[in-house]
Design a protein around this ligand. Structure first.
Ligand SMILES: [Zn+2]
Length: 262
């Protein structure tokens, strides 16, 4: 079984549940309520899937060059719909989604960086390498600005980050420091070359890992120590009382019966 963090990074977990981009609920049921196809080009057919969240009822759109809908329709909460095919990695068949998978980049990472990475990933899926490269360049520069990285050139500013965040694997910063094109002094956007797909994947994954280390892990540590403090207080609070004196937790009041509609 995949661990939860891996599943949280996905859009579609399996044919029944996904991470809803609207209500941000994870592992929520969805259904394909509408679908169609059109000719992307003479040779290529594009399949359009409109997916409805069974929690918030909002509809998202997903494009694929593969027919990935199960052949049998099914009843989904009283409506006629479809599931995706069983046992496939749905995300890998979808090249564009609206909303994008913005929510899968942790919300504790600064918004501007999340936006740029999400856009870069979207561009990469569509094979728009120039767009993806521009987004990633900007994301790295934004990170340097947010972190107030000091230094005369790109490499020394990355080294500054490496010094500042000693808990992060230093080799990740080395990868960022030696990215081709970033190290040379390019002034105009036109003088930049785009990165190829393997390089872009490496840069995106490296930056995501660095961002997770810088912005998410310290927050998680803080949250868990607050939890422990709270437990400690509750243990101290009940100290000295005998078991009898510790009141059982109040029972939740029974749900109110809804008033009939007038
Ligand atoms: Zn939803």
């Amino acid at each position: 079984m995949q661990d939860q963090a891996e599943l949280d990074k996905k859009y579609f977990i399996d044919e029944y549940v996904y991470n809803c981009p609207f209500c941000n609920r994870r592992n929520v049921e969805y259904g394909i309520m509408h679908d169609t196809k059109f000719n992307w080009s003479n040779e290529k057919t594009c399949y359009v899937y409109l997916v409805e969240c069974q929690s918030c009822n909002k509809m998202s759109m997903h494009l694929s060059f593969d027919s990935i809908k199960a052949s049998q329709s099914t009843w989904i909460h009283g409506e006629f719909g479809w599931r995706f095919k069983k046992g496939i990695d749905i995300d890998s068949h979808i090249f564009f989604s609206q909303p994008t998978s913005f929510f899968v980049v942790d919300s504790r990472i600064p918004g501007i960086l999340r936006e740029l990475i999400t856009e870069a990933e979207g561009c990469l899926k569509m094979n728009y390498l120039t767009g993806a490269s521009a987004c990633m360049r900007k994301a790295i520069y934004e990170l340097l600005v947010i972190e107030k990285a000091e230094g005369d050139d790109y490499e020394s500013r990355i080294k500054y980050l490496k010094q500042k965040h000693k808990d992060t694997d230093p080799s990740l910063f080395d990868i960022l420091a030696h990215i081709q094109q970033m190290t040379s002094d390019k002034i105009h956007e036109q003088s930049w070359d785009k990165w190829d797909s393997p390089n872009l994947k490496l840069i995106i994954e490296t930056l995501k890992t660095v961002l997770y280390d810088i912005y998410v892990i310290p927050q998680l540590k803080k949250e868990s120590s607050i939890k422990i403090q709270e437990l400690l207080v509750s243990v101290k609070g009940s100290k000295g009382k005998t078991a009898k004196e510790i009141k059982p937790p109040k029972r939740a009041s029974p749900p109110k019966t809804p008033k009939p509609d007038v």
